[in-house]
Design a protein around this ligand. Structure first.
Ligand code: URA
Length: 236
């Protein structure tokens, strides 16, 4: 589709006014100023007018999976100038939001998207999207009793935790699947049963798994993967 027509469809301006915006050099496509209103676009590009990104149609929004390294914060901006997960994803002209949070020292799967509704639904406890963590804990083998306590719910200062799936693939390594996402929840739960966490990694988020994505690696989710996420979060 022609760029000016695309801008008009996106509600930026009338077709004629959109052409004028393009001629005036006020439109950026994938980080590059474009002055030809007839430039062909698919709608997958990141397009901005006067520095403000043009909202993609819902079926064109992007979701990235990042294997977060340690020491990177998962807010969109850090007040102390530390590297953020957004800094690790190259997506010119697109405003990305991290979906939920991981502690700075936690590694593993975090999603980033320009779709605010999807991000909200994926992190809202009401939609109960499960997340799976792998926790290396201190204190050796975790007793069956402690495992059962983690499954049934443990008392934390902000209340009982909801039931979780917990298994111990080998002594001192726990795999926990839970729907809640309270602050430092996995660490606090493990500590509550006498096994502080040494290292924490998230290996799945809803229907998506970290798989063999290398630490620091990023990949854009395919359309079928995004559809599965929407289904998991019950976003139409
Ligand atoms: N639980 C934690 O304790 N930390 C995380 O980063 C995520 C879940």
């Amino acid at each position: 589709m022609r760029l000016a027509k695309h801008l008009a469809h996106a509600g930026v301006a009338s077709r004629r006014a959109a052409e004028a915006l393009v001629f005036a050099g006020r439109v950026v496509v994938d980080g590059e100023v474009v002055t030809d209103p007839a430039r062909d676009v698919t709608g997958d590009e990141a397009i901005a007018v006067d520095g403000r990104s043009v909202r993609r149609a819902p079926e064109r929004r992007v979701v990235y999976a990042l294997h977060k390294p340690p020491g990177v914060v998962s807010t969109a901006k850090d007040t102390h100038g530390r590297r953020t997960v957004v800094d690790l994803v190259r997506s010119p002209g697109t405003r990305l939001y991290p979906v939920g949070r991981l502690d700075a020292d936690t590694t593993g799967l975090i999603l980033l998207t320009d779709d605010g509704d999807l991000a909200h639904a994926l992190t809202h406890p009401r939609f109960e999207v499960p997340k799976t963590y792998r926790a290396h804990v201190r204190g050796g083998r975790v007793s069956e009793r402690a495992l059962q306590a983690l499954r049934d719910g443990v008392r934390l200062e902000d209340g009982m935790t909801a039931p979780a799936k917990v298994r111990q693939p080998h002594a001192g390594l726990l795999e926990l699947t839970m729907h809640e996402g309270r602050k430092r929840q996995v660490k606090r739960m493990c500590e509550a049963v006498g096994h502080p966490v040494e290292r924490l990694e998230r290996i799945a988020f809803g229907p998506l798994v970290l798989g063999d994505l290398a630490e620091g690696g990023v990949r854009r989710l395919t359309q079928p993967e995004v559809e599965r996420l929407r289904k998991a979060a019950r976003v139409p």
